[in-house]
Design a protein around this ligand. Structure first.
Ligand code: I3P
Length: 103
C-alpha cells in the first residue's frame, strides 16, 4: 500500500523526545514488513527514501491520546522510536491501520 500521510516524529528512544517534531507530508510505501518514506510519489522512482524501517516487532495503534488531530495512528518500533501518522480521512485511516497491523 502506498499513499500520502502526515508524519510527526515522536520519541527517539522510548522516553527521549525527538528533536524535529513538526508535522510533514510524506509519501509512504508499505511493502511486506518494510516501510519506506519518500518526499512524494515521484521521488519513489529515482531517489533513495528519506527514511526506511522494518515493521518487525513494531506496535501499531490508534493514537487516542493525541487529540489535536483526527485519524492519527502511532507506530512504535522495536528500537524505541515512535511516529505519529495522520491519514487524510477515516477510510484511509482504517485501511492503513489494518495493513500496518498485519505487516
Ligand atoms: C513543533 C510543531 C509541532 C508541534 C510540536 C512543536 O515545533 O509546532 O506542530 O506538535 O510540539 O515542537 P517546530 O515546528 O518548531 O519543530 P503538535 O502539532 O503535536 O502540537 P511538541 O513538541 O509538543 O510535540
Amino acid at each position: 500500500k502506498t499513499g500520502y500521510l502526515m508524519k510527526k516524529n515522536e520519541m527517539v528512544a522510548g522516553e527521549k523526545k525527538a528533536k524535529d517534531r513538526s508535522w510533514r507530508k510524506i509519501y509512504l510505501h508499505l511493502r511486506g514488513t518494510f516501510i519506506r518514506i519518500y518526499k512524494n510519489e515521484h521521488s519513489k522512482h529515482n531517489k533513495l527514501p528519506t527514511s526506511q524501517f522494518s515493521m518487525y516487532g513494531a506496535k501499531v495503534s490508534f493514537a487516542l491520546d493525541y487529540t489535536k488531530k483526527r485519524n492519527v495512528l502511532r507506530i512504535r518500533l522495536l528500537n524505541g522510536r515512535s511516529y505519529l501518522f495522520q491519514a487524510p480521512d477515516r477510510r484511509e485511516f482504517i485501511s492503513w491501520i489494518e495493513k500496518l497491523q498485519s505487516s
